[in-house]
Write a protein that binds this ligand. Structure first.
Ligand SMILES: [Zn+2]
Length: 460
């Protein structure tokens, strides 16, 4: 055996088990409990040991990619450094084709860049921009190669230009046993809302939510859910932000439609009043921040289990890029860095705050994503045969968030100055200690990450 973690309190989606020894060999968990010996021992007394976080939704910029004028400031090396420091050992990156580029070329390019530069394991969601016959064939080829999910944006104008083609895509994905990740904001409604803002001269950042109104999210969510209902395609709603969209999903779930919900940290911690602050543009994401009532609704849905996952939608920019004076309420840069802070903040507010059990925390941050994206049980749990992707969690450590000092190239966090309790002490990725006391080790080198092997989407 290569390594033993002694005296662990092991937390999985199903149980909390004190005083367990975990035996690791060649990157996998080979024994839980019972006598064992190894050269290296790690004492986890007084600590929780969790399955490594799986963040199914990130945007890292691959070398050579041209994601539609969006060049986020983290590449695979920087983004996966931030991931590991925050206890995330697997990331699901959106693979955006460039202009006139096939989905197949985009995925091959991103896979090669990830293999050369990622510090942790990763998987890719091919983004379907054009539902042509050849691109749908490419979706099938990618599925056969283990890329068993597809991202579709209802917020792009091209969606409304090719709705029937996208319905064919949903049918095709359903027949393959895949899952569609869907961005739900209605583009025509948003275009109209932004035109009205321009006509009224309401272009300050405080008007950003009015340009991407709740009605756009609600309508697109209803539409995506209906498309899933008709085609049988499992629909994974990314970054759901509102009670209205949540209600649409829950009604569909109650009718037996296969709808899964992801939310994102900003919708759990921040409200729309932030946009009126000086520098409020830093909080822009799509959809916008919502009301306190929405925040409460999302927390209740996580407690109760209708939300499957929390993912970052890590889309990092520097503060000066976010606050660029050339931008206005209709075209702010969307997204922010969250990989380093997601798990600690959710633990602090959720587990310490008494709203989430530790097992629910593990479901939301690891197990459910592993199941939905075909990684389970190789990832997403602590079991014999699983990858030794483990986080030794110090539930008593308090740190003040400072985005300028993190591993992401974004030089700010939306939570700068917040004091948060509960951080990873030690992180193992396939048995290698990649983080010690919050710092990356020499083992966490770029290029050690693997393209995670995936099967079909599983029900959770
Ligand atoms: Zn995204």
């Amino acid at each position: 055996m290569d390594c033993i973690i002694r005296n662990a309190t092991v937390v999985t989606a199903g149980s909390v088990s004190p005083n367990i020894d975990i035996g690791i060999h060649e990157g996998r968990i080979v024994q839980l409990g019972g006598p064992m010996q190894a050269d290296r021992e790690i004492d986890a007394a007084g600590r929780y040991v969790l399955p490594g976080g799986i963040d199914a939704h990130v945007h890292l910029t691959a070398a050579g990619s041209e994601p539609h004028s969006y060049r986020w400031v983290d590449d695979f090396a920087a983004g996966t450094a931030a991931a590991l420091a925050g206890g995330v050992t697997t990331v699901g990156n959106m693979s955006h084709p460039g202009r006139d580029e096939s989905i197949l070329t985009a995925v091959q390019r991103d896979a090669a860049d990830g293999l050369a530069n990622a510090r942790c394991d990763f998987f890719l969601h091919p983004v379907l921009m054009d539902p042509t016959a050849s691109e749908l064939d490419a979706v099938a080829a990618l599925h056969a190669a283990g890329h068993t999910s597809v991202k579709i944006f209802l917020s792009f104008r091209r969606f409304d230009r090719a709705v029937s083609g996208f319905l064919d895509a949903f049918r095709r994905i359903a027949a393959l046993g895949g899952i569609a990740l869907v961005h739900c904001e209605d583009v025509a409604i948003m275009d109209c809302a932004c035109t009205m803002l321009r006509e009224q001269g309401r272009l300050g950042a405080q008007h950003f939510p009015a340009g991407r109104p709740l009605a756009a999210e609600r309508a697109a969510t209803e539409r995506a859910v209906a498309m899933g209902e008709i085609t049988g395609c499992p629909i994974y709603i990314v970054h759901l932000s509102s009670l209205a969209a949540l209600d649409a999903c829950r009604a569909a779930q109650a009718r037996g439609t296969n709808v899964e919900i992801e939310t994102r940290p900003i919708y759990l911690f921040l409200t729309e009043e932030r946009f009126a602050e000086a520098g409020g543009a830093r909080y822009a994401g799509a959809p916008p921040l919502r009301s306190e009532r929405d925040v409460e609704g999302l927390w209740a849905a996580m407690t109760q289990g209708s939300i499957a996952t929390v993912a970052t939608d890590h889309a990092p920019w520097t503060l000066s890029q976010k606050l660029d004076p050339a931008l206005d309420a209709t075209n702010l840069r969307l997204g922010m860095a969250e990989l380093e802070t997601m798990l600690p903040m959710l633990w602090w507010a959720g587990v310490r705050g008494g709203q989430l059990s530790m097992s629910r925390f593990v479901e939301l941050t690891s197990t459910n994503a592993a199941k939905l994206f075909g990684l389970y049980p190789r990832k997403g749990t602590i079991a014999v045969g699983s990858d030794a992707d483990l986080v030794i969690w110090n539930s008593d450590e308090t740190k003040v968030i400072d985005g300028s000092g993190g591993y992401s190239n974004a030089d700010f966090s939306p939570y700068d100055g917040w004091s948060v309790t509960g951080w990873p002490d030690l992180v193992l990725s396939r048995g290698e200690v990649v983080v010690e006391q919050g710092q990356l080790t020499d083992a966490a080198r770029p290029g050690r990450g693997q393209l995670a092997q995936r099967g079909p989407s599983q029900r959770r």
